[in-house]
Design a binder for this molecule. Sequence first.
Ligand code: NDP
Length: 283
Amino acid sequence: MTQIIDGKLISTQIKDELKLEVESLKEKGVFPGLAVILVGNNSASQVYVRNKKTACEYVGIKSFSYELPEETSEAQLLELIDTLNHDDKVHGILVQLPLPKQIDENKIILSIVPEKDVDGFHPQNVGALCAGLKGFVSCTPAGVIELLKRSQVEIAGKNCVVVGRSNIVGKPVSLLLLQEHGTVTICHSKTKNLTEILKQADIVVAAVGRANMIKGSQLKEGAVVIDVGINRNEEGKLCGDVDFASCEGVASQITPVPGGVGPMTIAMLMHNCVLAAKNKLNS
Ligand code: NDP
C-alpha cells in the first residue's frame, strides 16, 4: 500500500511549533518581522504573496507588505531593500520572483544582507550550504528534507535520485540529501538513462516542471517519492512531475500535488524568519 505524505498536515505542525517560538521571542522583546515585496501584477506571484502573508499572521510574524508597480526601476527596488536592510523591525526580506524584465534578479538577490535573506538565495547562504556551515537554506529544498524526516524516512545510506538541477530546487536539495548521508545522483535534461537510474532509487525527488513525466513503471518497488513539480495538465488541473496514479501500489510513500511540497515551502519560510529573529536576539 502506498502511503500519502500529507504536506498540509506536516506544515501546520511546523507552523504550530513556530507559533510557540514566536510567543517566547515576544516575551523577550523580539517581534519577528518579514518584509514581503511584490513587483508587478503576476497573478501566480500575487497568490504566493497572499499565502505567505496569511502564514505570517498564523504564526504571529508581522508582515510588512510592499506592492510596487510593474514599471518600478531597479534603482527604486534597490533603494527600498537598502532601507529594509537597516530597519530593525524587519528580520527577513522576501522579494517575490520573477521580477519584471528591467530588473536584474541577481543584483536584487545580492543586495539583501545575508542575515535577512530568508529565501536562502544569496551566494553567502548558498556557499554556507555547500560548505556545511550555518546559514539560511532555501525553503523548498528544506521543506523536502523536513517532509522526509517527519515521515520517518531514513536518508543515510539510501540511493537518492534528484531529477532537476536548478539553483532553487535541484542543486540545494541534492546538497541537503548529501548532508543527510544519502548517496545522491542528480539527473537533468541531458541524462541518457533516466529510467535505469530511477530504478535504483530508494528516494526520488522530482523537480523538473513537466506534467506527470515520471511514471510508476520507472520506479523501484517501495521507493519514496517527493514531487516538487507544480504544473497544469491538459485539462488545466494542477499536477506534479510524477504521474501519481501510476505510482500507487509501487511507491511506499508519495507526496500529492497539491498538498505536498507546496505548503512546506511556506512553513520553511516562516521557520527562516523565526531563525533570523532568534539570530538577531543572540547577536
Ligand atoms: P527549472 O526549469 O529551473 O529546472 C528544471 C530542471 O529539470 C532542469 O535542471 C532541467 O534540466 C530538468 N529537466 C527538464 N526536462 C528534463 C527531462 N526530460 N529529464 C530530466 N530532467 C529534465 O525548474 P525549477 O527547479 O525552478 O522547478 C521545477 C518544478 O518545481 C516546477 O514545476 C516548479 O513550478 C516547481 N516548484 C515548486 C515549488 C514548490 O513550492 N512546490 C517551488 C519551486 C519550484 P537542464 O538543467 O538540463 O535544463
